[in-house]
Design a protein around this ligand. Structure first.
Ligand code: SAM
Ligand code: SF4
Length: 542
């Protein structure tokens, strides 16, 4: 009870406008108001402390944005709204968990194949730092190890399972160690059952919709000394104000929408990450402004299908509007990923053309160049549609560089259908291709199709695809020979500290020497003296 009062009064304290009262008076008024508020709300629940200790309960109210409030104030509003909701349970601020013994070390292992996982890791790290954890790169030192998993292909899952197996010895050496699994694999029922039954040293499993509950779940692990599994399957809401520790101080990823509604027949993402939920534009633009004021140089707007941004939220506000508003922030470099050809309209091309700070690089997944396979994949465009969009983009933005995703060996893919993909590759001369062998995912419609293509044929096709596109990509890159390119510095190379590394506007890795000591986030000019397929080499020029 004392604890609740302390936290609650803190909440009230923060909603009394600063400057309207002296600090001691705000605290006292806060305690008084809280005691008036909580008596009826808690009277039946006071015995069940664990139910009121959640940071954000699933019944908490997320108020719509009425003007731009800071994320912190937004959290507090949600907290108070929850307190006042007769039927709901309430939210608590994170300080409540500070009683977990200090000096905890955490290791978040990102087995990442998807940027969404990367972003989730930033939020997880943010929560953990707030409750007193520090990062370590050493499994042996960690008190908490979280494996953030991807389920897009079986190979990714196998890697995670291998990693979980390898962690057993750390648990043996340190029984109080907490091992957690989160991410897309945690959203798959069969996988959760497998981990529960076969990997008994995993203490905590939480899903992609439960990240905001992490402090509460950890609390349960510590206090109850029991295994905790919490996975919501259909939680369709956006929670704002999650803390995050950005991986970089000069470039950041900003979620503009979560989940995906496209249901491509091979893809597990709509099942593991839920339907599309766009964020209100005010929150996104506020985050962009915050990054700008913290001197971030590059922002990437992130979503499974950025081009359909806003369709679930607004009638007259879409990705083109958001992109233009983001570019207006004058952030030096703006990128976005991933684009689906289906929703890519002329307005978006016009915005890309209008703003110099939108970088000339586009990831435009093709998946297949064959109409029949595209239909079976549920991609809703034909080869002709893709090429027509490609041509319109190239005409509007001649310097635009392209990368794509291609799946080979989709069920029933015949040789001539694969060769249709190769035709598109030869036409578009992509600067990079992320190519994958089709991997059946349980629960997706494509997994029910007979998969007659043998593994050896799939491997041959993958090799043929890579052998075709690499020389084209190299020929494309020759245009940079002896040219100056702007590079956003990431830092010295890991293997050669005298060489710096960074990215050009067209997303080429540039390795270069400099006579100056440079730091991550510097924007420098580099003259290219050597061109390789995926990298450029050169020297800084002044
Ligand atoms: N939303 C993005 C899009 O539409 O392109 C892609 C997200 S998905 C995480 C990244 C890529 O993984 C896809 O573009 C696709 O090429 C590949 N992928 C997805 N499911 C796959 C599967 N079952 N087998 C092989 N590759 C797959
Ligand atoms: Fe998966 Fe298709 Fe959605 Fe991309 S658009 S995440 S491939 S369902």
């Amino acid at each position: 009870m004392y604890c609740l009062c302390a936290v609650g009064s803190g909440v009230i304290y923060f909603i009394i406008p600063k400057g309207s009262l002296e600090k001691p008076m705000r605290v006292m008024l806060g305690v008084f108001l809280l005691s008036v508020l909580i008596t009826p709300v808690f009277k039946n629940q006071i015995g069940d402390l664990s139910s009121v200790l959640g940071l954000f309960d699933e019944n908490s109210v997320q108020p719509p944005p009425d003007g731009i409030l800071s994320h912190y104030e937004e959290n507090i509003k949600a907290t108070v709204a929850g307190l006042l909701d007769k039927n709901g349970l309430e939210c608590k601020k994170v300080e409540i968990f500070m009683d977990i013994d200090g000096d905890n070390y955490i290791y978040i292992k990102r087995i990442v194949l998807m940027l969404a996982n990367e972003k989730d890791s930033e939020n997880i790290a943010g929560f953990l730092e707030q409750i007193g954890y520090q990062a370590t790169k050493d499994y042996g030192e960690a008190d908490l190890i979280i494996l953030n998993s991807c389920a897009v292909r079986k190979s990714a899952e196998d890697k995670v399972l291998g990693e979980i197996g390898a962690l057993k010895k750390y648990k043996r050496n340190k029984p109080e160690l907490i091992i957690a699994l989160c991410g897309c694999m945690a959203q798959e029922e069969a996988m959760v059952n497998l981990v529960i039954n076969k990997y008994r040293h995993v203490d905590l499993i939480f899903g992609t919709h439960n990240i905001n509950r992490l402090p509460w779940l950890l609390k349960r692990c510590y206090k109850e000394k029991s295994r905790v599994v919490e996975v919501y399957s259909t939680k369709a809401e956006v929670i704002e104000g999650l803390p995050d520790i950005k991986m970089n101080k000069h470039k950041a990823w900003i979620n503009i929408a979560y989940g995906c509604d496209k249901f491509c027949s091979y893809c597990i993402v709509p099942f593991t990450r839920g339907k599309q939920r766009s964020r209100y534009k005010e929150f996104i633009l506020k985050e962009i402004d915050d990054c700008k004021s913290q001197s971030y140089k590059e922002l990437t707007l992130l979503g499974q299908n950025v081009n359909s941004y806003g369709k679930d939220l607004y009638e007259n506000y879409g990705f083109a509007d958001l992109l233009a508003a983001a570019a207006e922030s004058q952030i030096p470099r703006l990128r976005f990923v991933t684009s689906h050809p289906w929703d890519f309209n002329q307005e978006m091309i016009d915005v890309m053309k209008r703003y110099d700070n939108i970088m000339p690089y586009l990831h435009l997944p093709l998946q297949s160049g064959d109409d029949e396979i595209l239909k079976k994949m549920g991609r809703r465009y034909s080869q002709e549609d893709y090429l027509s969009l490609f041509d319109r983009l190239k005409t509007a933005l001649p310097n635009l560089s392209f990368s794509t995703d291609i799946i080979v060996g989709f069920p029933g893919e015949e040789e001539k259908q694969f060769l249709n993909t190769i035709k598109v590759v030869e036409y578009c001369r992509f600067d990079n291709i992320f190519s994958f062998i089709y991997s059946p995912r349980v629960g997706t419609p494509a997994a029910l199709l007979a998969d007659e293509v043998s593994l050896s044929v799939k491997k041959q096709r993958l090799k043929y695809l890579n052998d075709t596109f690499k020389p084209l990509a190299l020929a494309n890159a020759q245009k940079y020979q002896d040219q100056e390119v702007e590079v956003l510095v990431d830092g010295p190379s890991k293997t050669k500290p005298e060489i710096y590394s960074g990215y050009s506007p067209a997303n080429k890795v540039v390795n270069f020497s400099s006579e100056n000591p440079l730091k991550p986030g510097d924007l420098v000019k580099v003259r290219v003296d050597k061109v390789k397929t995926f990298t450029l080499e050169g020297k800084e020029v002044f």
